[in-house]
Design a protein around this ligand. Structure first.
Ligand SMILES: Cc1ncc(COP(=O)(O)O)c(C=O)c1O
Length: 387
């Protein structure tokens, strides 16, 4: 495999001024992240502060209703309420070891921003978070949490004022401010080595989930599924199952309103090859290569691109990528809340929604879904939809 690529996808398509910190990060991945000392310190924080290992839970009521065994990997039970914290603790620890003082981040749903602000507070780093103005509105609870944790939140007014624009603004800031600042990227996308770095920190999900499922069932699950925004919870959930040929792996993209021609956030199903945020990947774009607006009821999936490793899994056929639309995700949000007492993030609701929509085909199977986060942040959006 070409360095920094997953098949034909990945690479480092950035302005020349961003090459020095990317090369510095590549070196840090080899010389710091790969050491036993770093691994031990990270493992101790994940255990004592984040609360890992997160359990797996059998959803007895919904399983009976659907005629299959639905298991959840409970990333919603992590400190700060989502999988994002696995990655930010890792990157914050790395930032300290690299001798830098400031964490820069972008955020969509706000969970990555909260997780970065939390890691910064824990490790004594400064924190600046860029967030699209639309997301500042729709995920306001998380803006308040970030500020409480001591972070500066910058509302981005350009473009569609969502995640894509927050990433652009954060990258510009990193170009200007790279000496003391590490860009704590929130998903398994972007220029090399970010997709590798983030997958490295998120693979803890499947390392635990595979063993937990084996311990409880004496066999592997038939299906493993996760929602795909940039792709970090999914790539973390898939990683240790990829070599298991018997396991069907499913990534779930957001189909938006689901109407033909409407905006969506499903670049693997509906996009074409192109370059965005430093990587070659599948993108929602016009024939002329202009990035198209994306839409999803969940801010965390509202992104026109996807991490390059997913583009490769899609191309090779190892992973199947399905879709779930806003209404189906909303139905899953309400159903899981009422049948199991678990309020899922709207992002994770897409993965549960895909299982519910495909229950007939999945009858009798065991299905393990990554519940990437909890849904408290989405109460306002859901209440507005139900009005
Ligand atoms: C709870 C939750 N799940 C999933 C996502 C999507 O990101 P990713 O595809 O990187 O897991 C987000 C992003 O904000 C999120 O907050």
């Amino acid at each position: 495999m070409k360095k920094g690529y997953f098949g034909d996808f990945g690479g480092q398509f950035v302005p020349e001024l961003l090459m020095p910190p990317l090369l510095e990060l590549e070196e840090a991945l080899e010389n710091i992240v790969a050491t036993e000392e770093f691994h031990d310190e990270l493992t101790a924080i994940l255990q004592d502060y984040v609360g890992r290992p997160s359990p797996i839970t059998l959803c007895k009521n919904l399983s009976t209703q659907l005629g299959l065994d639905l298991w959840l990997k409970r990333e919603d039970l992590n400190h700060t309420g989502a999988h994002k914290v696995n990655n930010t603790i890792g990157q914050a620890l790395l930032t300290k070891r690299m001798g830098k003082t400031t964490l820069l981040a972008e955020t969509g749903a706000g969970m990555h921003g909260v997780a970065t602000a939390t890691a910064a507070a824990l490790l004594g780093l400064k924190c600046v978070v860029y967030m699209g103005a639309v997301d500042v509105e729709r995920q306001n609870v998380n803006v308040r949490r970030m500020e409480l944790l001591g972070a500066e939140v910058v509302a981005v007014q350009s473009g569609t004022r969502t995640l894509k624009d927050a990433i652009n603004a954060a990258m510009r800031r990193w170009i200007a401010d790279q000496k003391d600042t590490h860009y704590c990227f929130g998903t398994a996308a972007g220029a090399h080595p970010f997709p590798l770095l983030v997958r490295n920190f998120q693979a803890v999900i499947s390392r635990e989930a595979r063993q937990q499922f084996l311990d409880k069932n004496g066999k592997l699950p038939d299906v493993v599924a996760a929602c795909v925004g940039g792709g970090s919870n999914a790539i973390g959930m898939f990683h240790h199952f990829v070599p298991d040929a018997s396991v069907r792996i499913v990534g779930v993209e957001a189909a938006g309103t689901g109407e033909p021609g409407c905006y969506n956030s499903a670049p693997l199903n509906l996009g074409t090859d192109g370059v965005l945020h430093g990587m070659v990947t599948k993108l929602l774009q016009t024939k002329d290569g202009q990035i198209m607006p994306s839409h999803s009821i969940s801010a965390g999936l509202d992104y026109p691109g996807v991490g390059p490793e997913h583009a490769q899994h899609h191309a090779s056929g190892r992973v199947h990528y399905g879709m779930c639309n806003d209404a189906q995700a909303l139905n899953a949000f309400l159903t899981l809340s009422r049948t199991e007492g678990i309020i899922p993030a709207l992002e994770s609701s897409h993965a549960v929604g895909w299982v519910m929509e495909n229950a007939e085909e999945l009858k009798g199977k065991s299905v393990l879904v990554c519940l990437s986060g909890r849904g408290d942040k989405d109460m306002g959006i859901v209440e507005d939809y139900l009005k």
